[in-house]
Design a protein around this ligand. Structure first.
Ligand SMILES: Cc1cc2nc3c(=O)[nH]c(=O)nc-3n(C[C@H](O)[C@H](O)[C@H](O)COP(=O)(O)OP(=O)(O)OC[C@H]3O[C@@H](n4cnc5c(N)ncnc54)[C@H](O)[C@@H]3O)c2cc1C
Ligand code: FES
Length: 270
């Protein structure tokens, strides 16, 4: 069923649902439609219960992590948070997933921008990986920085090294990569990144810290926002965030249909 723009309600066979860490999973789904039509920055809204069941009632949004057009397979990387993601983690190869997609807007690549710094915090690295692949395919210079609490994302590095050569991984407890926060590193070395376009996704504290670091620096920065969602298609206004508009004014924007990519410097975190 076509819902508007290119989004459709789709069924896709699960080809893999692999545990990457304690509560971290990677799921591969067969979907020629998503592989043909989805672009970096977009997401899918997944039904997290069996057909005919209504609990949880609302679909759950997930950024598209990888697209393999050769085999018509797209991938999501997800953390178990609650009922919906627990349900996903129990699905087996061969079962059918019901989802709506592609949703949201693709990120816009500015003509002439050659250097990109992608900054991901926690599961925020997931949509950034597809963006990194897209930018490297365009021969852009891509540097990836990721920050995690601990070593949960250890296996994920094997995916990352297939996409980018230049990256740094930080953990708060030092159990994987360098000890510390990517934002502290960026703050200390900001002069190195003056000619970079930033694209970031992660916890609000990380996005807010980046906004503070970039204030007044005239560096372009896109943030992929991840608000709780209901409809996922721009109807319910359940996912709005405040975006600066002019001096001391703001407007509400829907993360699902106006985003999820926004100018980081215009996002109001309160
Ligand atoms: C555009 C978008 C892309 C996303 N991409 C990914 C992804 O690639 N991988 C991934 O693992 N997750 C992603 N998320 C978050 C994911 O949608 C939630 O983790 C999921 O909906 C939780 O469902 P649940 O039923 O398991 O948990 P629930 O029972 O609904 O919630 C469990 C806990 O998680 C919190 N939570 C739920 N949704 C969100 C959210 N959107 N942001 C912050 N906290 C939340 C709740 O407050 C609650 O504390 C994305 C969210 C958005 C909006
Ligand atoms: S989730 Fe309904 S408008 Fe965004």
């Amino acid at each position: 069923m076509v819902l508007g723009n290119l989004m459709k309600i789709l069924n896709g066979e699960i080809l893999l649902n692999k545990k990457y860490g304690e509560n971290l999973y990677k799921m591969e789904i067969f979907s020629p439609y998503i592989c043909k039509n989805a672009l970096p920055g977009q997401f899918v809204n997944i039904k997290c219960c069996y057909e005919g069941m209504l609990d949880p009632l609302l679909r759950r949004p997930f950024g598209i992590y990888e697209i393999d057009k050769r085999f018509n397979v797209f991938t999501i990387l997800y953390l178990i948070k609650g009922k919906g993601t627990l349900f996903l983690s129990k699905l087996k190869k061969g079962e059918i997933l019901n989802f709506i997609g592609p949703l949201g807007n693709a990120i816009k690549i500015v003509t002439g921008a050659e250097n990109y710094l992608l900054v991901g915090g926690g599961i925020g690295v997931a949509p950034l990986c597809l963006i990194a692949r897209y930018l490297t395919d365009l021969q852009k210079n891509v540097y990836f920085m990721a920050g995690f609490k601990d070593e949960l994302f250890f296996s994920w590095e094997n995916d990352l090294i297939k996409i980018v050569r230049n990256y740094r991984i930080f953990t708060e407890n030092g159990s994987f990569g360098e000890k510390g926060l990517p934002t502290n590193f960026i703050r200390e070395h900001i002069d190195q990144y003056k000619k970079f376009n930033f694209i970031c996704c992660g916890p609000r504290e990380m996005l807010k810290a980046l906004q503070d670091i970039l204030q007044g620096k005239n560096i372009a920065a896109i943030a992929l926002m991840e608000e709780m969602m209901a409809c996922g298609i721009g109807v319910c206004m359940g996912c709005v965030i405040k975006i600066k508009e002019g001096n001391n004014a703001f407007t509400y924007k829907r993360v699902c249909s106006d985003g999820p990519a926004f100018n980081l410097m215009e996002v109001i975190f309160d």
